[in-house]
Design a protein around this ligand. Structure first.
Ligand code: GAL
Length: 413
């Protein structure tokens, strides 16, 4: 705040615009956080940057989720129109940009700030590291192994809220009878792929999951353990007939308003329940591992800083990187985002029941590497295309989709 007043005073004394003054940089920050909960969360970053530094946050929100935003972000960087900073998922999404020398090396700032001492789990810092150098500032842990259930919808059907996926499936006819769509699902391919991933984590054991997702074992992907997952996924697509929405937050809204029974989705859905004034345990229930396994992946978001030949911008980039991981900013942002902080040393006692569940699972060490860490973006795109094609074309059989899945795993990088 002090710096704002100073900037305003300076502007009135001299006739040049403040943005051209030597101490301040305008930093364009791109991200795909445009839903109600997401916008509230990213506003915490902007506020902290504007109040605590001399620089200005220029918001570059891109609507339409990561699937739309990522190619725009990457092509701007490759095409010589880099932004000051950008959200991506930590993991392998920026690998090629880093290899091409287009991203700012943050190692010095990470060491000065002691990131290695508090980033938890430490693997998250590895997900920002290439050849021993750190290229991103991780800001949260997001997990995708959840189902979000509407109390209002189950009340309409005269049923208790289910405690696992099997009970959810068993409840579907009664939900339908009460005019409720059992499963909410948006039409973007990453959403169907996310649901498949959540079913896989819930239904296969660790060994089979690791074989497919870490060791890329096509035999296990095409075998009996994964057959169960595809059968459940086949069931899921039938339960979602009637869910005619596109964006993930529209699907969450069907759950919030009791028009749908549940949504298999990432924990960022919490931001929407929060904005709608709903209370975990009272208006909605969250089941990690779809009620079968208390396990989370450690995906999430990170900020990358495309290189720019401008020392003022670079100074602002480094200040933002440090600020994003600072204690207060981590608490304020993650409480609104519904994600877990990347610091193990901060007080999250005001987090809601669902976040507390997530924190407990994390503290117990029941974590898995995320798809963004295990697979290249190209392989992820192939999974997404396959899952959404199967989801929408009910003439494709479980046998066919599983064979195609195993083929992608066999060629995966
Ligand atoms: C994910 C991102 C989350 C959330 C979600 C939906 O890729 O990690 O922060 O925003 O997309 O937009």
């Amino acid at each position: 705040m002090k710096s704002r007043i100073f900037k305003a005073a300076l502007a009135s004394m001299i006739a040049v615009p403040v943005a051209t003054a030597a101490f301040a940089a305008d930093l364009e920050v791109t991200h795909w956080w445009t839903s109600g909960g997401e916008a509230a969360a990213v506003a915490e970053f902007a506020k902290a940057f504007n109040e605590k530094t001399d620089h200005n946050w220029i918001d570059g929100a891109i609507a339409g989720s990561g699937g739309t935003a990522r190619p725009i972000i990457v092509s701007r960087i490759i095409g010589g129109e880099p932004m000051g900073a950008t959200q991506l998922n930590h993991g392998r999404q920026a690998e090629e940009l880093i290899e091409a020398g287009l991203m700012l090396d943050l190692t010095e700032i990470a060491e000065a700030e002691g990131w290695a001492d508090f980033v938890n789990p430490s693997k998250l810092l590895d997900a920002c590291t290439l050849d021993g150098r750190i290229y991103c500032a991780p800001v949260n842990i997001h997990s995708t192994q959840w189902i979000w259930l509407s109390h209002e919808a189950f009340a309409k059907a005269g049923l208790d809220v289910p405690s696992d996926w099997d009970e959810f499936v068993a409840a579907a006819p009664a939900l339908e009878g009460a005019g409720v769509v059992p499963l909410a699902m948006g039409q973007q391919s990453w959403q169907t792929n996310l649901a498949f991933g959540a079913l896989a984590v819930a239904l296969v054991d660790d060994a089979a999951w690791t074989e497919v997702n870490v060791n890329k074992n096509a035999e296990v992907a095409g075998g009996p353990d994964y057959r169960r997952v595809f059968e459940a996924f086949d069931n899921a697509r039938k339960l979602a007939v009637g869910s005619n929405v596109n964006d993930w937050n529209q699907a969450t809204n069907l759950v919030i308003t009791g028009q749908a029974g549940g949504q298999i989705h990432g924990d960022w859905a919490q931001g929407e329940f929060q904005v709608a004034g709903q209370v975990a345990g009272q208006d909605y229930t969250c089941l990690p591992g779809l009620g079968f396994r208390e396990v989370l992946d450690t995906g999430g978001d990170a900020f990358y800083f495309p290189k720019q030949d401008d020392p003022e911008i670079e100074a602002a980039q480094k200040e933002l990187a440090a600020l994003l991981l600072s204690k207060d900013v981590q608490v304020a942002f993650n409480l609104k985002k519904g994600s877990l902080p990347i610091r193990g040393d901060i007080d999250m006692s005001t987090a809601n029941d669902c976040m507390q569940k997530g924190i407990q699972i994390l503290n117990a060490g029941n974590v898995l590497p995320s798809g963004d860490i295990n697979f290249s973006r190209d392989t992820q795109n192939q999974f997404e295309d396959l899952m959404t094609t199967f989801w929408n074309d009910h003439s494709i059989t479980v046998e066919q989709v599983q064979a195609d899945y195993a083929a992608i795993v066999a060629a995966a990088d």
